[in-house]
Design a protein around this ligand. Structure first.
Ligand code: DO4
Ligand code: MG
Length: 284
């Protein structure tokens, strides 16, 4: 089941996506916040009941989707794919050992990525820093956890990154990762899928410039080295998230070293089982 946030008549609403073609307006059944569903004991059965009610239905193409986060902090895991470890070790002699160690260590690399209010939603602009020369999208499966740390859903995430800044010195990681429009999520949240089924999903990235694809890549969720449970447990260790949390699970698609994003590029990230997140690029 897929739930979304959308805007209609100036009001933010919560919807159930039906057959990828329409959205049932759950706000008219009193569900005005996604978090209400995410914190429910059994959101899938609650949604099953709501789907039987005669709720207003809006065709999907007419819906203005919003980022599917309300007050959750967004965090990210790093070097969870061999591809990410290798690319980062090539990018920086200086920090190569740190990436190598983080990939194999018991403790995963986890870093804060974004406040919910700063996340770009479907169709919104994502940013490349004006002081960076080498910028890439990082297409990542996003885990959606409720306040108890229970994994309740999945979304598509983009951990926009400045590779030259990260490569210069690992202490600059927050500047390489956290800046205006550096995080995108959407188009919605898929609920009720156990981890083994989600590990069969494929992640695809296409970057388009002037109507042509300038990069395409593909990986699979199965290649993520760590289990979702392990990542979620580390995130919630000695830390409370009263509104829940979203955790990006790391990138396994890295464009070649000669590639950098430009303003007006279009980034399309698709995860089978979730959907397609499309954003265009601006300089911030
Ligand atoms: O270690 C730096 C960040 C890694 C990351 O964002 C990734 O592997 O996706
Ligand atoms: Mg990343």
């Amino acid at each position: 089941m897929k739930v979304c946030r959308f805007k209609q008549d100036g009001i933010v609403r919560v919807g159930l996506v039906i057959d990828g073609s329409a959205v049932l307006d759950l706000s008219s059944a009193g569900i005005t916040r996604l978090t209400t569903l995410l914190e429910d004991e059994n959101p899938v059965s609650r949604l099953g009941q709501l789907a039987q009610e005669n709720l207003p239905r809006v065709p999907l193409p007419e819906v203005q989707l919003l980022a599917p986060v309300e007050r959750q902090e967004v965090w990210a895991a790093g070097v969870t794919y061999l591809r990410s470890k290798a690319a980062r070790m090539e990018e920086s002699d200086f920090s190569a050992n740190a990436y190598d160690r983080a990939y194999s260590a018991e403790r995963p690399e986890l870093f804060f990525k974004s406040l919910a209010e700063k996340v770009a939603g479907p169709g919104e602009l994502v940013g490349i820093r004006q002081d960076a020369t080498w910028n890439v999208p990082e297409p990542e499966l996003a885990l959606v956890m409720n306040a108890k740390g229970k994994l309740v859903g999945y979304s598509v995430g983009n951990d926009m990154s400045s590779r030259d800044i990260e490569g210069e010195n690992l202490l600059y990681l927050p500047q390489a990762k956290i800046y205006s429009r550096s995080c995108a999520l959407g188009p919605w949240i898929t609920l009720g899928v156990p981890e083994p089924a989600a590990r069969e999903w494929v992640i695809r990235l296409a970057i388009k410039r002037d109507g042509c694809a300038v990069f395409i890549g593909e990986t699979s969720v199965a290649k993520i080295k760590r289990s979702f449970t392990e990542l979620a447990q580390y995130l919630f260790r000695s830390q409370e998230f009263p509104h829940g949390a979203v955790l990006l699970t790391g990138t396994g698609i890295v464009p070649p070293e000669t590639f950098t994003l430009r303003a007006n590029d279009i980034i399309e990230i698709e995860i089978s089982g979730v959907g397609l997140l499309r954003n265009s690029v601006t300089v911030v």
